[in-house]
Design a protein. Structure first.
Length: 169
């Protein structure tokens, strides 16, 4: 990229887009299953409690999540059904995903997945997984985007996640 253009983009970023105040953008981002799982694999810590995690988006805002506990390597992978229950409202309301299958697994998971073993920004509360989108964005260096997000919806259909974002400068 031309260094002059890079400097302009950096200036806009540093000013939180002050020079284009009032700008609006709506994005619809379809994330296919293969890309979603590449991103998950890149984000999973090697020493974390879960390994070989694979997410299969399904129709009706459902997800099939298959994974293996690192500490219980002798057990086969487990598949859990999830459903997106509540959309995030930034900056403070998380994305909420309900665990639909394997309710007995939750008591075992509670003992294996202490709050400190889960990635920052992800909490397990009984049969729900709470995803703090603000914290995840900030940890990845995109904290300046959070105040610009007016609406964020995460939905699923067979084979892909659908992310819709409305931004306002």
């Amino acid at each position: 990229m031309d260094p002059r253009l890079s400097a302009i983009l950096e200036r806009l970023r540093d000013s939180r887009l002050a020079e284009v105040k009032g700008a609006r953008a709506s994005l619809s981002i379809p994330v296919p299953e293969s890309l979603l799982n590449e991103l998950i694999a890149a984000a999973l810590p090697a020493s974390g409690p879960i390994r070989d995690l694979h997410v299969r988006p399904q129709a009706g805002n459902r997800l099939a999540v298959r994974g293996r506990a690192s500490r219980l390597d002798f057990l086969p992978p487990v598949t859990i059904s999830l459903q997106i229950e509540q959309q995030p409202q930034l900056p403070d309301t998380p994305l909420v995903v309900r665990i639909l299958s394997l309710p007995g697994l939750l008591s075992v998971a509670g003992s294996l997945l202490s709050p400190s073993s889960l990635p920052p920004g992800i909490r397990l509360e009984r049969e729900r997984v709470l995803v703090d989108v603000r914290q995840l964005l900030e940890r990845k260096g995109f904290g300046e985007v959070v105040p610009l997000i007016e609406r964020l919806n995460v939905n699923s259909e067979e084979g892909r996640l659908l992310i819709d974002v409305d931004l306002r400068a």
